[in-house]
Design a protein around this ligand. Sequence first.
Ligand code: NAD
Length: 481
Amino acid sequence: MSDYRQNYIDGTWCDGGAGRTDVTDPGSGAVAGEQALADAGDVDRAVQAAARVDRAGALRDMRPMDRGRIVQEIGRYLVVHRDEIAGLLTREQGKPFWEAQREVSGAALYFEYYGNQAATVEGRSIPLGGGYFDFTDNEPYGVSAQIIPWNFPLEIASRSMAAALATGNTCVIKTSEMTPLTGAWLARAAEAAGVPAGAVNIFSGWGHEAGAALAAHSGINQMVFTGSVPTGIAIATAAAQNVVPCVLELGGKSAAIVHDDADLQAFENDIRWGIYFNSGQVCSAMSRVIVHESCHDEVVDRAVKVARSLSVGPGMERREAGPTMGAMASEAQRDRAVSMVEQAVGQGARIATGGRRMNIPGAFMEPTVLTGVTPDMAIARDEVFGPVLSVMPFRDERQAIDIANGTQYGLVGGVFTRDLDRATRAARAMRAGQIFVNQWFAGGVETPFGGYGKSGYGREKGREALWNYVQTKNVAMKIRG
Ligand code: NAD
């Protein structure tokens, strides 16, 4: 592939009405490639194409087993090209090459899982007495519009695309203008797998232009968005004008409650993955640790050890899985995280390690641990979306739950203890869509994921996600004679 990526609309590769943008490699500051940018006219063509394919029934009328096979084929294509895609992903997003490889494999899993589920979206028969036969059917909405963020550009696009196609919808996908380059691989995969032309459209564009045009388009039938709360509200507002249902996944400020009987040695691994994976740019990151006061200092020491063990630098030089961290997605995101740390220090928090920009080219930030954080500070309430862990002590269980629940978010939560009753009480009391017990990020593509509160609504992953892409039709039949 060349360094310039076109958009993929109605089965053809095309330039964008809004011109091109340079995509910056955050691991070096150099240009990683150029991307065509869609304007409202391009968005309209993509939606019209997807609507045309939907009306023709190319996917919705296909036998689900056959549709599922095509969906699975998309995943296999990604696996075959894993290392090429991973290299591009590292250059546009900054993550270590081995993390990018895992993202490609993770993206492929969605196509495998939802391809398998295609034939299982069954309806039911409702008894109405002898004179009737009644059944429900689950029909695709039609055109699924999907707006993708920059933290996991391939995996998040695959998550919604796989579920939408498996249930018979067509897709119009806008990638982030910061990380648009790998989108072309998804389009190629769809083409190679035999997805009908026009059924999958993938383009990039500015949020306020192409994103806003897509969210407000009267031809879309369903909307999926992952990103920030303000943008989620704007998108849901636009969709509401057309009475279009949304799935919103808007990040979090997720907390781990660590009790005095927790396995603190094992918890080091949760710190490593929970807050330093993808440089902390994970919506379900473990950004707060609420730890019993008796083991607060030990947990801080262990967190500092984990943070300092990470080798931070260009993702392309970090090819083997291990204690490494890459760049953040942009210098703007890095500077935002650093300034949130500085503000926290101004309010009385202490830096146990890290907290600064790194003195090398690119968007690098030191893995950071903050102590002395109190629940009222911005750092304890707002999403940093960076490698910054806030540690807070608690005295009793009720206080720990109150601190954990004390933000506007509710994406995930965790509890670390050997006591089953404690774990169960916390799992019930924490207001979040997914609770991890004794392992952060336990679960996978099979388990439902999504938020309470301002973390959004609707569920991704698992069978629950399928119900966001179908609507119920009831057929009530009078039997004569
Ligand atoms: P954003 O929500 O503005 O952007 C995400 C996507 O929405 C991009 O594709 C963008 O082009 C599009 N978009 C932006 N404005 C739009 C609009 N008015 N209409 C339609 N689409 C629009 O996120 P951001 O500004 O890049 O990042 C800001 C913060 O959001 C981050 O610091 C982080 O806290 C949070 N974030 C969360 C996630 C997550 O996975 N939950 C992902 C990315 C960012």
